[in-house]
Design a binder for this molecule. Structure first.
Ligand code: ATP
Length: 301
């Protein structure tokens, strides 16, 4: 568990990036920090591994105040995946993945064997191990970035807009891959994005932020979609939602009479209350039923 307690960050030039921020990030779940550019998402993420130190408050990991931990050692046990993968261009894929374990004293042969396993884990063919990053597609580079983030088998994986720079189809693939990985590995993932659809798809807990990292709302996607806390949240989650074919995802546990609506890509799109009232038509599969009104429920939710 990661706990932010009254955390603030004022940069030397006076910018108050984070202002009195409190949050509990549960273990083995995915928490997504989502908000517009400049609201403080990356600063929050980087405070978890001490790439940035707070100017006020404290951060605890499993009860330990990280201010008392050595930053480099802390960073080595927390995976970090960034936009544009951050791979070392002059090193082969296998060496990129094996670098940190080898720095930690893992013998080269063992580190390489583990790196090949990690390529399997992230869905990459082992034949790519000998290539250099610029010989990979953007999506493949991001997968290598995820493999590298997992190399020390960390409990915590920080992901800063990891899929921001790839095209929408590859992005959808990578998102599904992360969902699969998370089902298998159960890491504590903290994921930053400005894309609310991505946040709702990936997050067990979604935290919608405003400038200064003020929390506009936090909760399960279903709770946020069903009850936006204010106009800001309603606007934020409504933005860009076009007309889409929706269906009920009955694999998501429903609370009371609520059902989660998903679109054809599996994105959470809204909540309906009474199945008899708004659902029509036969099912398109064992897990879903079609919904007649494609826009209104998403907009209203
Ligand atoms: N080193 C720094 N010095 C001064 N101000 C900074 C520094 N790093 C970030 N900031 C400012 O802090 C605020 C929060 O920045 P941060 O990068 O955390 O936002 P973000 O939500 O991740 O934005 P984006 O989505 O654009 O990456 C912004 O106003 C930014 O300009």
């Amino acid at each position: 568990m990661i706990e932010f307690q009254s955390v603030s960050k004022r940069f030397p030039d006076g910018t108050q990036a984070v202002d009195d921020f409190d949050l509990v990030i549960p273990s083995r779940k995915t928490t997504v920090l989502v908000g517009s550019s400049g609201c403080g998402k990356t600063t929050l993420l980087r405070m978890i591994n001490r790439m940035v130190d707070p100017t006020g408050g404290s951060i605890r990991i499993d009860g330990d105040d990280i201010a008392g931990l050595e930053p480099v050692a802390l960073r080595r046990r927390i995976g970090y995946v960034m936009q544009n993968s951050g791979l070392l261009p002059h090193r082969r894929v296998i060496d990129n993945v094996a670098t940190v374990p080898m720095l930690e004293g893992v013998p080269r042969r063992v580190a390489h064997a583990r790196a090949l396993e990690l390529l399997d884990t992230v869905g990459l063919d082992r034949s790519l191990a000998e290539r250099y990053p610029n010989q990979l597609s953007g999506g493949q580079q991001q997968r290598v970035g995820v493999a590298r983030g997992l190399a020390m088998d960390p409990n915590i994986l920080l992901m800063d807009e990891p899929f921001g720079a790839v095209d929408p189809i590859v992005r959808a693939d990578l998102q599904q891959e992360l969902l699969r990985l998370q089902r298998e590995l159960g890491k504590t993932v903290v994921f930053v994005t400005h894309d609310i659809d991505e946040a709702f798809l990936l997050g067990d807990q979604v935290v919608i932020l405003q400038v200064g990292a003020h929390i506009a709302q936090q909760g399960h996607p279903k709770q946020i979609l069903a009850n936006p806390a204010n106009d800001f949240v309603a606007d934020f989650i409504g933005a860009g939602r076009g007309k889409r074919r929706l269906s009920v995802d009955s694999s998501v546990p429903s609370a009371g009479d609520d059902y989660l609506l998903v679109d054809g890509s599996g994105y959470a799109a809204g909540v309906v209350e009474a199945p008899g009232g708004v659902l029509v038509g036969a099912g398109s599969g064992p897990k879903s039923r079609s919904v007649s009104n494609k826009t209104d429920q998403a907009g209203d939710a």
